[in-house]
Design a protein around this ligand. Structure first.
Ligand code: AMP
Length: 424
């Protein structure tokens, strides 16, 4: 029997890990600069966290969750996103009591039972930030600025930010009413999913991607026309600060995001290199979620970005899997004593932070040299009988082709490898 990974869930092999590590490092670096603390959450939650938090009528909850009963018949779900989990943790550990204002970020896998295609899988990875505890528009801008800074640091350009406001709960009640009135005359021409959404939550009709529904969606009323004075002012302030900081955006009146917890500001960062699944990241305010999950009324704002999509864009731009750090030193060895010397030198050098590899298969010198070439090592020292006896050898800089006489001690080797480590 031939085993394969579960459909839509794939392995990430060492040869393609370069960008993954780069993106994770950059997310952590930007998080430090913006003073966000890392939170690591379980992969599973009680199903209700998501069904209540995200909304029963959303596609994520309605169609895409990996839900099952455990041995005690409790309904558990593999997390389809992390915001609801962050809020659960915020409340469970009393973070809101000690210091209600929290800036948090996470990186990790999410699970959604969607149709796998380019930029969409069933296990995918998100990085995301959640800033909890303030309604101030500067916080919306902080979160958006985090996203732009990350893209800058990764050297990505040609992206665009779509921005909208969907107002407070009261605004949305009025907006939904307007949508119901508008769609009433078109709904018979629209898909069966939209017909169901029309009865349960007409706002969700705007998520529909089917071409038969698009003409009606494009002409639908815009949420910003239904904002109360407070929400309109908030949205104007967000735009004002974005303008001040020179952060680009365009208003997208149809953007409402696919999860029910959003309020006021919503946004998506789009890449034209991604085709149909063009959203690199998406987020917004969720001022009602903390209360919905049993806490005190606490405003919040955040975003989540897909790692796979970001890496696709990086690959498209740079045409590779990204650079891994090169191996510093390979020690081809001959004979029992040569192998022992290689092993001891490697032990000492590795504990000084130098990456070293050697042959573990008793292969010929020719094969060992071929392997060193193939992995693209920076330095090489051949350890044969003479080297074992004299404790002297020749270190070869593989980029320049130069060789130097060297004492075979870890300190002497480390000096050479470290000396050029950052320079070449
Ligand atoms: P969402 O949580 O739906 O707002 O999604 C936020 C971001 O996660 C999207 O902009 C995508 O970059 C990424 N994403 C969402 N669903 C998937 C998926 N099934 N496969 C890959 N990436 C995804």
């Amino acid at each position: 029997m031939k085993y394969e990974s579960v459909r839509g869930m794939r392995d990430i092999l060492p040869g393609e890990i370069g960008y993954w590590k780069q993106v994770e490092e950059k997310v952590r670096e930007v998080a430090t600069c913006f003073h966000y603390g890392e939170i690591r959450l379980p992969l599973m939650e009680h199903t209700e966290i998501f069904s209540r938090g995200i909304g029963e009528e959303t596609d994520v909850v309605n169609k895409e969750m990996y839900t099952f009963l455990d041995k005690k018949n409790r309904s558990l779900t593999l997390r389809p996103e992390a915001t609801a989990s962050v809020v659960r943790a915020y409340l469970e550990h009393g973070l809101h009591i000690r210091e209600p204002f929290q800036k948090l970020f996470y990186i990790g896998p999410m699970f959604r039972y969607e149709k796998p295609q380019k930029g969409r899988s069933r296990q995918f990875h998100q990085y995301g930030v959640e800033a909890i505890g303030s309604l101030d528009p500067t916080l919306d801008v902080d979160v958006i600025s985090f996203a732009w800074t990350l893209m800058d640091m990764l050297g990505l350009s040609g992206l665009s930010l779509r921005l909208n406001s969907i107002g407070c709960a009261e605004d949305r009640r009025r907006y939904k009413k307007a949508l119901s009135g508008y769609f009433a005359i078109h709904i018979d021409e629209m898909c069966t999913d939209c017909q169901r959404r029309y009865d349960s939550n007409p706002l969700r009709i705007l998520d529909c991607k089917k071409s038969q529904c698009q003409p009606y969606i494009q002409q639908a009323p815009a949420s910003i026309d239904y904002l109360c004075a407070d929400c309109a002012r908030h949205f104007a302030e967000v735009q004002g600060y974005l303008d001040e900081l020179g952060l680009n955006y365009g208003i997208d009146a149809r953007l409402i995001r696919g999860l029910d917890y959003y309020t006021r500001t919503v946004f998506e960062l789009i890449s034209k290199d991604l085709g149909a699944q063009d959203a690199l990241l998406g987020g917004g305010r969720y001022d009602g979620l903390v209360e919905l999950l049993g806490g005190p009324a606490t405003p919040a704002v955040g975003f989540a970005g897909g790692m796979e999509r970001l890496i696709l864009v990086l690959q498209e731009k740079n045409g590779s899997f990204g650079q891994e750090k090169r191996l510093d030193l390979f020690l081809p060895a001959l004979g029992e004593k040569g192998r022992l010397l290689a092993l001891t030198l490697a032990q000492g050098l590795r504990s000084q932070g130098i990456s070293v590899d050697l042959d573990y298969r008793g292969r010929s010198l020719r094969k060992q040299l071929g392997y060193a070439d193939q992995v693209g090592v920076r330095y090489l020292i051949i350890l044969g009988e003479d080297e074992v006896t004299s404790r002297k050898g020749r270190i070869k800089n593989m980029d320049r082709g130069q060789e130097y006489e060297i004492a075979l001690t870890t300190d002497a080797i480390a000096r050479i490898v470290h000396g050029t480590k950052h320079g070449d």
